[in-house]
Unconditional design. Structure first.
Length: 151
């Protein structure tokens, strides 16, 4: 892993979930922590920003708006599998190869993890913060945040 300052580090996988297309990695070197949104709802039309490395262009930022919050089949599991649908934040924010796994911010708070998109259609999806917090609560000892907390 490489930080914005150019320093590289390594990490240990603490957990993963194919349905969510997510892994929790504990980095050897600490970075600046982020804050998660824990409100009850996300408002369509609210501005969001995606950070990632699209097409190897490191630390790029794109902007868009929340279009909807919806359940959709996992992108990693076979269509007919018994897996539960994933809760996504749908946006028109450009998400390209290399953005996957990066944060989707609303202001200073993470509201999703960028997963997949069809930029020709202005259709992008990020795993909803409640799914992320449930996963982190399960795989990170001593950590607990209520994903349906107050605003």
């Amino acid at each position: 892993m490489k930080g914005y300052d150019g320093l590289q580090t390594f990490g240990t996988v603490l957990g993963y979930d194919a349905r969510l297309d997510i892994a929790l990695v504990q980095a050897e070197r600490r970075g600046r922590p982020v804050s998660f949104y824990t409100g009850r709802t996300l408002n369509p039309g609210a501005q969001v920003e995606a950070i990632g490395h699209p097409y190897r262009h490191e630390f790029s930022i794109t902007r868009g708006v929340i279009s909807a919050v919806r359940r959709h089949a996992s992108i990693n599991l076979p269509k007919k599998s018994a897996g539960e649908d994933v809760l996504f934040v749908q946006t028109d924010t450009p998400i390209n190869p290399g953005n996957s796994g990066g944060p989707l911010f609303q202001g200073q708070r993470v509201v999703g993890m960028n997963t997949w998109g069809s930029n020709t259609d202005g259709l992008s999806f990020s795993v909803h913060y409640s799914e992320l917090l449930n996963f982190i609560n399960e795989h990170l000892p001593g950590f607990h945040v209520n994903p349906a907390g107050g605003d």
